[in-house]
Design a protein around this ligand. Structure first.
Ligand SMILES: [Mg+2]
Length: 253
């Protein structure tokens, strides 16, 4: 015969109701010290979450992957292809420069994809990305192309990636590219804020700085010296441990 349940007193009921509030970031419930069970959000004594939901937007190459074009330059022995967004702020000029070299050498999309198939994420990138996706909604916004990044999706455990698209001719030569959205990185950060998120943005190059500026918190990860010199107001992380510390501080605000 089970013992009858005792009625909870008012203090217990109040405590239960307060702790049953879902986290404002990941929607799980708080534990006894008012911390979310799976992300660094903390509830106030009144039961409300102290911050609006957070979202983290990342660049791809230089943050989770090696620079694809540098790998192509090395395997094709064409050093002119080493030029990246780290060196050239004008993305359209950079892409036309690349396509002229590929056309001159007769290199096709399949040739580039063959190089990409040999590449792996940066050491530690997958574990870091797994952590950050458990801590907050996470989106990767790249100026690369779906045709290039698709082979990396299983290696990165299928994160959400926004990219652009390539156009090729009947021989497989690159003839152009289609931007999904002009100034897409900055527009994404601004749009996520308009949707009610606090946004942290992480990138390494010139083409990330407008996204970093549009976010509530911009962080440079392993940037080249010229980008650090030109944008000294962004904090810099040199390792995933440092990046995790900066993002944890942002999430706890
Ligand atoms: Mg990059």
């Amino acid at each position: 015969m089970p013992a009858p349940l005792s009625a909870p007193n008012l203090t217990q009921t109040s405590l239960t109701l307060r702790l049953a509030l879902p986290c404002g970031s990941c929607y799980t419930l708080a534990n006894l010290d008012r911390r979310c069970l799976c992300c660094p959000q903390v509830a106030s004594k009144a039961g409300a979450w102290m911050s609006t939901p957070a979202l983290i937007a990342f660049d791809l190459e230089g943050v989770f992957l090696p620079e694809i074009w540098i790998a192509v330059a090395e395997q094709t022995r064409l050093p002119e292809l080493r030029r990246t967004t780290r060196d050239e702020p004008d993305y359209d000029r950079l892409m036309h420069y690349r396509m002229e070299i590929l056309a001159r050498e007769g290199l096709t999309l399949a040739d580039i994809q063959a190089v990409i198939a040999t590449m792996e994420p940066l050491p530690g990138a997958v574990a870091f990305l797994d952590w950050v996706r458990s801590a907050a909604p996470t989106v990767i916004i790249t100026d690369s192309f779906y045709e290039f990044v698709a082979p990396f999706l299983p290696k990165l455990h299928y994160p959400t990636i926004f990219a652009h698209s390539l156009t090729v001719d009947s021989r497989g030569l690159l003839t152009g590219y289609q931007l999904r959205l002009a100034d897409g990185k900055r527009q994404a950060a601004a749009a996520f804020r308009a949707l009610g998120f606090r946004v942290a943005a992480v990138g390494d190059s010139y083409n990330d700085t407008r996204m970093l500026a549009a976010a509530d918190r911009g962080i440079l990860f392993r940037p080249p010296a010229n980008v650090v010199a030109e944008f000294p107001h962004f904090p810099v992380a040199a390792t995933y441990v440092e990046l995790e510390a900066l993002l944890s501080e942002f999430l706890l605000r």
